[in-house]
Design a protein around this ligand. Sequence first.
Ligand code: AMP
Length: 604
Amino acid sequence: MSRIIGIDLGTTNSCVAVLENGKPVIIPNAEGNRTTPSIVAFTKSGERLVGDLAKRQAVTNAAGTVSSIKREMGTDTRLELGGKRRTPQEISAMILHKLKTDAEAYLGEPVNDAVITVPAYFNDVQRQATKDAGRIAGLNVRRIINEPTAAALAYGLDHGESQKIMVYDLGGGTFDVSIIEIGDGVIEVLSTCGDNHLGGDDFDQRLTNYLVSEFKQQTKYNIAKDPMALQRVREAAEKAKKELSASTTANVNLPFLAQGRSGPLHMDITVTRSVFERLTRDLVERTTMPVQTALNDAGLSVSQLGRVLLVGGSTRMPAVQDHVRSLVGMMPSKGLNPDECVAMGAAIQGGTLEGSLISGNANGMSSAGTGQEILLLDVTPLSLSIETVGGVATRLIERNSTLPVHYSQIFTTAANFQTNVEIHVLQGERPMARDNKTIGKFRLTGIKRAPRGVPQIEVTFDLDTNGILKVSAKDLGTGRAQEIVISSSSNLSEAEIQQAIRDAQEYAAADNQRKEAMEIRNQAETLVIETKEAIRVCGKELNKADQKQVKNDLANLERLVNRNRPEKITADVLPEMKAAMDQLQRSSATLSQLYANHQASGQS
Ligand code: AMP
């Protein structure tokens, strides 16, 4: 059986890990980095770039680059990219495909299965969209788990004792806080709360706005209207923000940022940590309410918390750490890299599904929990209801119920002789149906004619461990039942998913063809260089006719190599290039032999 990788599919960065010898190991990407920017781009020549390569060209190809696609998961958004309208699932699949390919290169074997993490606050549609993205990327998604649960797995193995912990996760685009109970091989999420539109990107935006306005004051030039310059400032703002986590000042120096009336304009602004903290104080404070709500929902006071884990790159900011400390009255734990622990936890979960023994813990120390199977108990982040008379949302499953959960309730008809009812499935906390999110609708027909209030209709909600919902309705009078796959639980139809899978496979084939083309071009270039060297060393020993033939064939191959630059090469030139290589190898056989003899006798 192939290995199950653990993937943290993040808003700004993604990370992949695998269990090796019982320990989670981060898999570096093809560029040698431990996290991969969740960025996808299409160049003007139609080449697809993902991760570091996409990030590097974002400045010069802002219109062809997509970042933070995770914010759009589960919506009907379509983005124009590479000449096609694409769903968030397809774009996320491109990121997942790169992580899969990098993992295959690292492991030296095909990878088919994965555990993928999502923010605890993701609703059913967003979870299903993540699963669909995995399928499109050619991955069998064995489990979707909450990010804080994964973090608790990575940390939870250090300690055998039962305790309740808080996971405070401030990443690039989302904030989640969860209260988790760890003990006896069980990790239970007691409550979750958060804001899926709060993260490091917002801090970057505040600093960018500040730099733009300072620059305008200094030069009268408005960068906000200059997309290329703005992108450079945004990147510099993120870099300065990270520097300010370690030092108290950061200099933003961007030469030739824009062209002013009297010549080029350069940005040179020093930002102090206190200015940065003033600009972003309210963002840090926005994390207070979710923390209090999560504690209330779990019925806990801060004094009952054993530990607080910091997760997500944005928790490196000193102001965030100070805020957490003041909220919970204790020093948060920072034993693991906040960017990596979620992927590590996902890999541990993957190992459990594989049946691997887990030894030691993510810190590499031995633990009381060695080899222990972990039972994960996640919760549903939002309540699930159906609409009843008067537009009321009647709850069947309460928020923060432990998964899997199964609940049935009997309903009846509101009108005399009603033969069908509409089951309107809702997600959310508001009392009226119209204020919640519709996640599905279906009709139960063929109800036996009877006065209102007589028919008995049993509605059952089944929420599985991936947080995916199935709803069924049964008329107990006739036994007629209807089970539905809620179409809105995936906002893509099966046909759309299949089409996306085919498109992704075509891209994988195009990527392979481009790779093969590059390899052949490399071989051709090497042959040109070697033949030139052989001619220099012993060309004169050939007869005139052979010399002429070799030089002709060499010139032909060299022309093809030069005409097809590495970044532009396509598979259609390959037959011609291969034929030219064969021809040169044939005509230079004697020359190669002479050259080999020279080399062997040490002459040159
Ligand atoms: P994650 O999604 O967990 O990878 O978090 C990414 C976010 O963390 C991005 O917004 C980064 O800019 C931010 N980040 C990473 N390192 C630091 C740092 N040293 N200081 C402040 N923010 C950081």
